[in-house]
Ligand binder design. Sequence first.
Ligand code: UN1
Length: 512
Amino acid sequence: MAKKMKKRLVSQISSAGSEGPYNYIDGQWRRAGAGGNVFENKNPATGELLGVYPQSTLRDVEEAVQSARKAFDSWRKVPAPKRAEILLRSMRILEERKEMMAEGMTREMGKILQETRGDVQEAIDTALYFAGEGRRLFGQTTTSELPDKFAMSMRMPVGVCGLITPWNFPMAIPSWKIYPALLCGNTVVFKPASWTPDSARQFVRALEEAGLPPGVLNLVYGSGDTVGRWLLDHPGIALISFTGSSVIGSQIGEISGKALKRCSLELGGKNAQIVMEDANLDLALEGALWGSFGTTGQRCTATSRIILHERVYKQFTERLVEKTRALKIGNGLNPATQMGPLVSKVQLENVDRYVQIGKKKDHAKLLTGGEILSQGEYERGNFFQPTIFLGTPEMRISQEEIFGPVTVLIKVKSFDEAIQTLNNTRYGLSGSIYTRDVNRVLRAIRDMETGITYVNAPTIGAEVHLPFGGVKETGNGHREAGQTALDIFSEWKAVYIDYSGRLQKAQIDTQE
Ligand code: UN1
């Protein structure tokens, strides 16, 4: 975009007052510091420019961290049930604005309205869950080995949390991090993905209007290389929570490890759905279609491999290909659309690159799709055909996360081979099996190397009160959502209260 036009846009937006797309620091919507660099937010279905947002400077990050540090001392002392009331009020605001927020989200990242409504709903569910937690946040009391002595454990906040979130769930994933972080008494600097700045702003607005004190939640826009990196390096940040690729996650883990920063990582997936010969095929088909092409395949939980027993392979494949060809692709705001565009040109090119690898290097058999859509209504958007390959387990398209509407069918001869194939990946987020055999169900639950396991349901669709996360290179052992999120955002303190009035020595006074 020409410099002049950028300037005009920036000044138009600045005249929009406090609602402008500025950073949110210390309770104020502030223009980013020197430099005035901005990035554009475009509709991936139409190419329409939706707004410009600041590329924040180091000074902005510094101010955000300082404001969060300043707010921490009073926020951590606000009783948890009071903190929870603010969460609950923000939930009501999300409920009221659900439709508007969903439309805005579809406009900025492309997934269909039904799904963006689900995304806002996931944030609502998370708010309700952690608001309830305000009156629990349980610790333990226990006995002491010594007389007249009391012992207990309690959760303490960690400090200032740097939260770095992706664009595929622009409200749900920030809510998984922000709500438990705040409930536990931490303060936050939030860096959302640059493809979804408006959803981040809407979400922060809801918490601001719900009465969150200044400095408790700060929003700083900018790239991962700059703002993300500065947060990671900042000594004032006690904890980094990141959702994104395994490559970046491993770098974040390394840097955090050296600095002894708390760090939770939610990374890639190469999730598989197994269809056994005794499965309800109609159900398995519906699941495969939704798991592979929902969110245009841009979920960490997306079904990117379908493992088929050879006895159902032919029938299943024919029907899946037919249903895939019939999918309505288009602008997610149109209620008839079943699959929207990819979020960006970069993602589109990435998917195309993988399809070329599948065809030319892996020599996989392309069963349907494989092309960029660029004619007519698709001209200005980032559209790609839903794509199915027939492949083998070791191919690159069967091993690497594509993050687009591409799935690979793999034929197997037995249950054992199916499980082995499912586990043949460095990732371990979600996995699914369709079968009617109860023994196989229980074996699959035991043997799948996945953090989330589905039986007769697709690989997507986790609920917010259960642990979300994966094994192997999908993460570093943490689980978001539900109770387990509290373990990310709090630290345990053991407390001993001696009311004997004398010095009692643990491990020593008990010796006779
Ligand atoms: C993601 O895949 O990036 O389980 C998050 C699901 C959603 C969350 C997905 N509730 O599919």
